[in-house]
Ligand binder design. Structure first.
Ligand code: SF4
Ligand code: SF4
Ligand code: SF4
Length: 169
């Protein structure tokens, strides 16, 4: 799977509406507001990530590239950051996975790669007549790790706001 770098818009890493400039996915336990307020752009978190999924966006601030892999919640980014960007007392991510119209199963091609990749068993496949079972995200189980995003051969998975955090996004 290709590393999408900081081209966060091409694969639709969006939260709901399509803004003119795509919103970056911030590292776990950080939010857009805390990054804007406290991140100096030092880049310390980038090499600290063992998954190599932290990149700097066009403003020199950290963003996640889930196309390169998933977050394991190891905490290295939060631990290494010298500024008050991270808050380990909040939920790691304000998002959950969202499956789009490009999903192979929705186009009658059998595929369950996302379900195989999800350690949280947050993706269930609903049987249907006349076509492959369709994946569905269980919002109460999805931790937003992004493993399914990297695994999807159709690049059909993005992130969407977690219902309980939508007001704080
Ligand atoms: S928690 Fe670990 S795997 Fe996740 S973004 Fe931070 S350093 Fe990378
Ligand atoms: S991996 Fe992608 S294409 Fe396959 S079922 Fe999941 S969302 Fe659809
Ligand atoms: S983001 Fe992680 S927990 Fe959520 S459905 Fe995808 S693989 Fe499962």
């Amino acid at each position: 799977m290709a590393n999408d770098g900081i081209d966060l818009g091409r694969r639709g890493f969006l939260t709901g509406r399509r803004p003119s400039r795509p919103e970056a996915i911030r590292p776990p336990w950080s939010r857009a507001a805390s990054v804007a307020a406290a991140c100096t752009g030092c880049g310390t978190c980038v090499p600290a990530c063992p998954q190599n999924i932290i990149v700097l966006d066009n403003d020199g601030r950290p963003a996640l590239s889930f196309g390169a892999g998933e977050c394991t919640f190891c905490g290295a980014c939060a631990e290494t950051c010298p500024e008050p960007v991270f808050d380990r007392s909040i939920a790691a991510f304000p998002h959950i996975a969202a499956i789009g119209a490009d999903c192979f199963a929705r186009r009658d091609i059998v595929c369950q790669s996302c379900g195989d990749a999800c350690l949280e068993t947050a993706i269930r496949f609903r049987p249907r007549l006349g076509g492959p079972a369709l994946p569905e995200i269980a919002s109460d189980r999805c931790n937003g790790c992004g493993a399914c995003i990297a695994a999807c051969p159709a690049q059909a998975i993005a992130v969407g706001a977690r219902p309980s955090e939508a007001a704080h996004a």
